[in-house]
Design a protein. Structure first.
Length: 403
């Protein structure tokens, strides 16, 4: 699978650098050609000689090396590979990549390359959890950088948590997966997915919301992307990281979500998985509503929010070819969903029971009923990732039949 492929391995500083030697051995055993760059901090843990002994090639260390620049040059080094793998990827090196710094050979190569990159992060759990690292990670993911790991476990510093570099076997599997031809039946198609709750402000401090985590919508966006679709994810407030390779548009209210959806049109597929608030206050207070003395409580007047699913289903020439909605119900799930499908004018409805005992909101599993023009298909309880994959495959089959 990776035989004959050229891998450029970047080894940065950290105790996990010793695992890079095993990774090189496994890559060579699989038939890959490996060149390596060793950073100054990486050389504190493994030597250029040990790396070269395993790659069978010169190990590159210095940016301003007349010999190295004469033989190959850092620009060519960055481009004469099929994939660049950074293992371990330290917090400092991820920061350099995110901010475009180029103060050594490794970071200069990363800035000069036009090849795909796979990172295997390794660092202390507190460093991994730090907002700066997470912001850098989000930036790199948005640029299409691949990530494998990190894993959870005991660390050399004596702490326990996320931050251990993935094992060489796991990194090798990720590299093999990269070179495996992908099944992309949705290639060339545009998909619009909504996810998460909306927050409807009462005043500058308070808002109306619901318990949606956004997990199902994010999983659907990722599954569609895996099948080749160009995906725009319009997301209400969540704690989730944006899926790799997806354009996420963050919104707060239902009106903002509708506007973002309309801006994303035209699209071939629209999946409305967001739990949009049905109502908002008629008049939002510009100041915090104060609690008064006595028994008096404020009276709030509500108006309906725009119906995003129905609006997308009635877009005329801009209507997506397949419009899919969700019906979150606490009773009479199937019958209520069938009525909703007719009322909204969408093609499919996925109905799910969100009563508290199901733990669907915020949980990792879902039990769905797919309702279309032919009837109801009852799905067994499964993870939200599995449900997303099943739905995406169903969409691909449907669109294939229509072509």
């Amino acid at each position: 699978m990776i035989a004959g492929k050229s891998i450029l391995l970047v080894v940065t500083g950290g105790i996990a650098a010793y695992k890079s030697l095993e990774l090189i051995r496994r890559l060579r055993d699989s038939g890959a050609f490996v060149r390596a760059i060793l950073t100054k901090s990486g050389a504190e843990f493994v030597t250029p000689l040990s790396v070269s002994a395993l790659t069978g090639e010169k190990t590159f260390v210095e940016l301003f090396s007349l010999t190295d620049e004469t033989e190959i040059g850092h620009i060519q080094l960055s481009r004469q590979s099929d994939l660049i793998v950074v293992a371990p990827a330290s917090a400092d090196f991820m920061a350099k990549m995110a901010h475009g710094r180029a103060d050594d050979l490794a970071s200069t190569v990363m800035l000069a390359t036009d090849k795909d990159v796979l990172l295997a992060p390794a660092m202390n759990v507190r460093m991994w959890d730090h907002p700066a690292t997470q912001e850098n990670l989000a930036t790199l993911l948005q640029r299409g950088i691949g990530i494998v790991g990190p894993n959870e476990g005991s660390m050399a510093c004596g702490e326990f948590g996320l931050g251990r570099m993935s094992e060489p076997s796991e990194i090798l599997a990720a590299i093999e997966d990269y070179f495996t031809p992908k099944d992309t039946p949705l290639s060339g198609l545009k998909a619009l997915v909504t996810a998460g709750p909306t927050h409807e402000a009462l005043d500058p401090v308070r808002y109306i919301a619901n318990h949606s985590s956004g997990k199902q919508g994010y999983a659907i966006a990722q599954a569609l992307r895996s099948l080749g679709a160009d995906v725009t994810l319009v997301s209400g407030p969540t704690q989730l990281s944006p899926p790799e390779g997806i354009n996420r548009v963050s919104v707060t209210s239902a009106r903002e979500m509708l506007s973002a959806c309309q801006e994303a049109l035209p699209a071939d597929i629209a999946i409305c998985a967001a739990a949009v608030a049905d109502w908002r206050v008629a008049e939002q207070s510009n100041q915090k509503i104060k609690k008064t003395s006595g028994e008096d409580t404020p009276t709030l007047s509500f108006v309906q929010n725009p119906d995003i699913l129905a609006t997308l289903a009635k877009q005329g020439p801009k209507r997506p070819g397949l419009v899919v909605g969700f019906a979150a119900e606490t009773e009479n799930v199937e019958s209520n969903a069938k009525s909703k499908r007719k009322r909204k004018g969408c093609d499919w409805i996925l109905a799910n029971d969100v009563s508290p005992e199901t733990e669907t909101f915020g949980g990792d599993t879902n039990t769905l009923f797919l309702i279309d023009e032919t009837g109801t298909d009852r799905w067994t309880k499964m993870t939200k990732d599995a449900a997303a994959e099943k739905l995406s495959r169903r969409i691909a089959d449907k669109l294939k039949l229509n072509t």
